[in-house]
Write a protein that binds this ligand. Sequence first.
Ligand SMILES: Nc1ncnc2c1ncn2[C@@H]1O[C@H](COP(=O)(O)OP(=O)(O)O)[C@@H](O)[C@H]1O
Ligand SMILES: [Mg+2]
Length: 285
Amino acid sequence: MNEQSQATPAAACSEDKPIVVETRDLTRVYGDGGQVRALDGVNFSVRAGEFVAIVGPSGSGKSTLLNLLGALDRPTSGEVIINGQALSKVRNLDRLRSHAVGFVFQMHNLIPTLTAAENVEVPLQETMWNPLARRRRAAELLDVVGLTSRRNYLPGQMSGGERQRVAIARALANRPALVLADEPTGNLDTQNTADIMRLLQEINTRQGATIIAVTHNHEVASATGRIITLRDGRIQSDVAVTSAFDRDLIDFKESPLGRAIVEGAPLPPEYQRLGEALREALRRV
Ligand SMILES: Nc1ncnc2c1ncn2[C@@H]1O[C@H](COP(=O)(O)OP(=O)(O)O)[C@@H](O)[C@H]1O
Ligand SMILES: [Mg+2]
């Protein structure tokens, strides 16, 4: 295998850009007796302009991690640092949440009695005093997500994909340093999933937004630039997706055969050498 096709450690990429978010030994234990270590000493950093996927089996701590990054929850120990500020030292977390972080959840969480444009304006109410400026900004954001024609629709009058696009516009409203998305395509069909991912990619490349997205979907994950895999609350792997070859390897790793190879299943003699080489490559991505 040649050198170029190997996955490089994610930390090797874009080192000139500032770090937007960083975790130090981030740990979250649920229950008084320490029954569930949902996150167990997680360390990583994300630089401006990165698009990172968080993957891992159900219960591996993905949502717990995202909630801590967005200051929706507090760690049991360890620290989250956003733009150089340790969250444990931030007095006004509400302000931080509305200014520095944009959220997109699996359930869009739009307000059902407000139109698309009004929903996008909600977070602007804390940052823009001029109603006209707010309206203009909302219109601009709905244009970014391709929903200008739906601006006066209520959530109930839109499709699931459209509602999620409104939620993305809302998350971008205050130009947050960090956009956090927890299974943003979880409730959508294949076509809408592809559209939402394309939109997130566009927002990442065109607007330079730093995005961390939790996903179950491996195709979604491999469309990003970096994949962090969680298992039992720890980082199992953290790799930059540097080539189409890596993308395919990452997809293959999730297939039944890929998983069996990684887990060391015995190989038929005629595939012994190929299998060993594949195992090594798959364990790296
Ligand atoms: N509020 C909570 N109280 C108790 N346990 C929780 C709570 N939230 C999550 N957990 C547990 O923490 C672990 C990680 O959960 P979560 O972060 O939701 O995983 P994921 O998003 O990867 O599916 C799981 O074992 C889950 O049951
Ligand atoms: Mg979850």
